[in-house]
Design a protein around this ligand. Structure first.
Ligand SMILES: Cc1ncc(COP(=O)(O)O)c(C=O)c1O
Length: 359
């Protein structure tokens, strides 16, 4: 359902749509990396009602403040968000009769800002970057100011255990069932770390041999690496995650803006799959991993949102040029000059598979 249709629904109809959160499909994607053929599995979270995995998180956060008796209809929910959680909370608040203030920043896409507004949210945009190259710390400071001034309820996606709980209770088990219990590696994009922590906690219990690989943005400090600027949204953070600890992941891979954007555009061009920047990062990380660990078994890549959120950015040639991104223009995806290029194909299109001379 597109945002126009969503914004026309009554509270009652929106409440019914809440039951459609989750149960997202898994799409197989065939690829050839270093002459080895692989089938990886994309968990398409963009199929959630507002187009991202954050519908699950938003639902869990709202249920939490309701269960703790912190909110009544007519009161205001506030959250710091670079976009997707804001859209999810705008939807949920409209359904349940709460006001919603989203503290966003200049990286929030036009698409997501429009969606939030159409769903009745008030937007408060911060302008000053924080010392770690992002806007998170500035957004959080603004949330604190608001909460001091008025009786707002902050869902606090960064520390509220309800964030990771839903992925432990719902996303992890869903993947396990869909893959019939056979999952060797899962690539998970990380920002607050709620989805990684929830999915990993579940798999550590039911399938301890499953490897969990966190996928982060270059310039993010989540895994203790140096801060830097980045254009990727949804993934990466200016502060460490309060949910993730070393026992929950086997490794992490950092992806550049260009790697992620190029992967999104290549998928769009050569497959029928259109996903957002963090999904491009996850698939790029997976391809890179496969160059060094070709016998990786059954792989799941969490694709956190759909590509329609990025028509004005990742999929817009002018935006790419304006920001001086140099993306590969041919149909091969180059991770490194020293590696032969992986070739991507889907279940539906075996042209590239035959050209790849699989050994
Ligand atoms: C597109 C996208 N990918 C990945 C993530 C990371 O999820 P988490 O905050 O659970 O780490 C988010 C979170 O906002 C997102 O919107």
């Amino acid at each position: 359902m597109d945002i126009q249709q969503l914004s026309r629904l009554s509270s009652h109809e929106l409440c019914q749509l809440i039951h459609k959160i989750g149960h997202t499909p898994i799409q197989p994607l065939d690829c050839v990396v270093e002459r080895h053929a692989h089938r990886i599995h994309l968990k398409l979270e963009g199929e959630n009602p507002t187009g991202s995995m954050k519908d699950r998180t938003g639902y869990s956060l709202i249920m939490d403040i309701e269960n703790r008796g912190l909110i009544q209809p007519g009161q205001t929910v506030i959250e710091s968000t670079s976009g997707n959680l804001g859209v999810a909370l705008a939807f949920l608040c409209k359904a349940k009769g709460y006001q919603f203030v989203a503290v966003i920043d200049p990286k929030t896409t036009q698409e997501n800002s429009t969606k939030m507004q159409m769903l009745g949210a008030t937007l408060e945009k911060v302008q000053t970057p924080d010392q770690n190259g992002g806007y998170l710390l500035t957004r959080l400071a603004r949330v604190q100011q608001y909460c001091q001034q008025a009786d707002y309820v902050w869902t606090n996606q960064y520390q509220n255990p309800a964030n990771m709980r839903i992925h432990y209770m719902q996303t992890g088990p869903e993947i396990y069932e869909q893959m019939k219990g056979k999952v060797d590696v899962i690539f998970v994009p990380v920002s607050t770390g709620g989805s990684l922590a929830g999915i990993a906690s579940f798999f550590r219990e039911v399938s301890p041999s499953t490897k969990i690989i966190g996928v982060d943005a270059h310039g993010s400090v989540i895994f203790g690496t140096p801060a830097g600027t980045r254009k990727l949204t949804g993934i990466g953070s200016s502060q460490p995650s309060s949910f993730i600890h070393k026992g929950l992941y086997n490794d992490y891979i950092q992806v550049t803006d260009e790697e992620a954007f190029a992967m999104c555009r290549i998928l769009q061009t050569y497959t029928n799959i259109i996903v957002g920047g963090s999904s491009g990062a996850v698939i790029a990380a997976c391809m890179r991993y496969l160059t060094t660990v070709p016998d990786s078994g059954n792989i799941v890549c969490i694709c956190a949102d759909r590509g329609s959120n990025y028509e004005s950015t990742i999929f817009n040639d002018e935006w790419i040029q304006e920001h001086h991104f140099h993306l590969p223009s041919d149909n091969f995806y180059h991770f490194s000059d020293t590696l032969s290029p992986p070739i991507i194909t889907t279940r539906y299109d075996h042209r590239f598979m035959s050209e790849a001379q699989i050994s």
